[in-house]
Design a protein around this ligand. Structure first.
Ligand code: SAM
Length: 235
């Protein structure tokens, strides 16, 4: 069956990062676009779409049926990873929600969370909350990419359970260890924007009567570190 489905830039970036995988689960699948597209590409053999809300669950079930892929795509209703058995899939995607909610889902049942081989996570905001949690677990961020869609930047990252990574530093938690060493021109533009934003914050904080010396130094340091990264970007 030909893959006629269209997906946007953000979900396409998520799909590319999923790549080839035997069995995947999409948690918070809503319209089930991602698993249907992946099955259409033939890069995934079996998929499970998980949804919490009644409306999105019905939407996902209908979409699975309409796509003609219901035999390969099972739609389950429930909270986060609770719809899965341990080890049931290889790859878990959690996309299109806040980084804090993604952390809540990952924290819910640690044994089960740790049973899956790889996660593709795509926070819409609060990325730093997610990276901080991954850093505390010592899960490595093996890939991270910047997405530009509808005039906004988003990130998508791949991580694997396991106590294998050193803890992230302050700027790495804020902006992503892989993005800070990326050579993608899109990342350069984004880092420039972040540097301007941080410089404005640092200026305000430097003049603040309530901010501590520690906070003032931290913001100054962040701006200086970003300046250096931008200066060396194309070297
Ligand atoms: C904005 S949609 C994202 C849909 C799709 N993943 C994407 O990236 O385009 C977020 C979906 O996550 C679902 N959701 C939120 N919390 C959830 C949870 N704890 N377990 C399962 N689904 C959840 C919501 O019902 C909603 O349909």
């Amino acid at each position: 069956m030909e893959n006629r489905l269209k997906i946007g830039t953000r979900l396409l970036s998520v799909a590319k990062m999923v790549g080839k995988t035997e069995k995947m689960a999409d948690i918070g699948s809503d319209h089930a676009l991602l698993p249907i597209w992946l099955l259409g590409q033939g890069s995934v053999k079996k998929a499970i779409a998980g949804e919490f809300g009644d409306g999105p669950f019905s939407r996902a079930r209908q979409a699975a049926y309409d796509s003609g892929r219901a035999a390969q795509l099972e739609v389950r209703q429930g909270n986060g990873l609770q719809i899965l058995q341990p080890n049931e899939v290889e790859t878990v995607v959690i996309a299109g929600m806040g980084g804090d909610l993604i952390v809540e889902i990952l924290q819910d049942s640690p044994d089960k969370t740790n049973s899956f081989s790889r996660y593709i996570l795509q926070p819409m905001r609060h990325e730093a909350v997610l990276r901080k949690w991954l850093s505390e677990q010592r899960w490595p961020i093996v890939r991270e990419e910047l997405i530009f869609e509808n005039q906004k930047y988003y990130v998508v990252l791949e991580t694997h359970p396991g106590n294998t990574a050193p803890p992230l530093k302050d700027l790495e938690i804020l902006l992503g260890p892989r993005l800070l060493v990326s050579k993608d021109p899109k990342v350069f533009q984004w880092l420039e924007q972040m540097q301007n934003k941080y410089a404005q914050i640092a200026q305000k904080i430097a003049l603040s009567r309530t901010a501590t010396q520690e906070e003032k130094s931290m913001w100054k340091r962040r701006v200086q570190q970003l300046e250096k990264i931008l200066k060396d970007f194309y070297i």
